[in-house]
Write a protein that binds this ligand. Structure first.
Ligand code: SF4
Ligand code: SF4
Length: 352
């Protein structure tokens, strides 16, 4: 984690300013070397055309101007970009920067990853055969496990990123115990799929095998996580998010209004922006400072606020935790995690 005092101050200023889009997910590429059953990306025609590193930097400057504080780089696999080192170095000067890897590239890119604040490695289960089936690639489990172990040893802030689905819901408690006992934090995603319509990008693919049909088990897992959080660190999901998910699975009720284009937005591999990946592109990223406060964007905000098309956990999380109060609630909820991360960074980097 690279938090200099200058960066910390600038981040605090942005996080404590209201009506700003604090969070951005940037799909840097649609190229991917995996074939996950839950994913639509690899089914799309993969094109190598992507915004250049200079355009990415100009886009990051624009995002900083409109108050963004946190960037998540994903794809495809963003580590397939040859210029990822330069992108991470630039982004991490200004933003809390997280990058996702499916486990296949991290060991070849360790020096680049030292520049990220967090590295999330995909892994869905402790069962090797099942994981490889879900990821569509033989050897995926082994690569992810090796990457997690090595990055952890190197003092890089690595976490494991499972997608909860019907195929692994009953193992998630054990999975959580296993990694948190080793000091490796967990960022959860929930299986969700895209419906039909003009979109910025495709992520989820409909798959009946993965759709959570045992809704009571999912609600129970939310309770389990809330209880586990009282005793251990490393569970990176807030109680408020878990309560909302539990309610959704038990009653179908959504207790949140979507805050797309208010608290978060998405950017694709062409540098196009949308409130979320299920909606059509509305601008180029570099144009944002000029149009963020426009009437056209207010109309789109109202449209997204009424939308109930998806249950992607990151969108839910950033809708529930919006504005200054939402950011402070995250800090309160995740205080134990922040403390243990800081002490681990101190142990691995300075205490020799
Ligand atoms: S989920 Fe990620 S790793 Fe898997 S195919 Fe999609 S983009 Fe690739
Ligand atoms: S609920 Fe929000 S994040 Fe989901 S599709 Fe609608 S606008 Fe997008």
């Amino acid at each position: 984690m690279r938090i200099s005092s200058k960066k910390a101050l600038s981040l605090a200023r942005r996080f404590l300013t209201s009506n700003k889009p604090h969070h951005v997910q940037w799909f840097l590429t649609n190229r991917c070397n995996y074939r996950c059953r839950s994913c639509g990306v690899w089914r799309e025609k993969q094109k190598s055309v992507e915004v250049s590193v200079e355009e990415v930097k100009a886009g990051l400057d624009a995002l900083k101007k409109i108050g963004v504080a946190e960037i998540v780089f994903s794809g495809g696999n963003p580590l397939l970009r040859e210029d990822i080192d330069e992108i991470l170095t630039y982004a991490s000067q200004y933003f809390i920067t997280t990058i996702y890897d499916n486990g296949s590239m991290a060991l070849n890119k360790i020096d680049a990853l030292r520049n990220a604040d967090f590295v999330a490695i995909s892994l869905d289960t402790l069962d090797e055969k099942k994981n490889d089936y879900m990821r569509g690639v033989k050897g995926a489990w082994k690569k992810s496990m090796e990457a997690i172990e090595k990055l952890y040893e190197e003092g890089i802030s690595v976490g494991v990123a499972p997608t909860i689905s019907q195929l692994n819901i009953y193992e998630m408690e054990n999975f959580t115990r296993n990694f948190t006992e080793k000091g490796v934090p967990i960022w959860y995603a929930l299986y969700s799929h895209d419906d039909i319509g003009g979109s910025l990008f495709t992520i989820g693919e409909k798959n009946d095998e993965l759709e959570i049909i045992d809704k009571k088990a999912m609600a129970k897992f939310c309770d389990t996580l809330m209880n586990m959080k009282k005793r251990r660190s490393g569970i990176f999901i807030t109680d408020k998010t878990l309560m909302a998910l539990k309610q959704l699975f038990l009653t179908g009720e959504r207790v949140w209004k979507c805050r797309a284009l208010q608290n978060f937005l998405m950017v694709n591999h062409l540098g196009q922006v949308s409130g979320c990946h299920l909606h059509e592109p509305i601008a180029k990223v570099a144009e944002l400072p000029k149009i963020w406060d426009s009437k056209r964007f207010d109309v789109l905000r109202a449209k997204y606020s009424a939308c109930e098309r998806c249950t992607y956990v990151c969108y839910l999380f950033y809708s529930i935790h919006s504005g200054i109060a939402g950011n402070l609630a995250i800090v309160r909820d995740q205080f134990k995690n922040a403390k243990s991360l800081i002490s681990r960074i101190y142990e691995t980097r300075y205490a020799h």
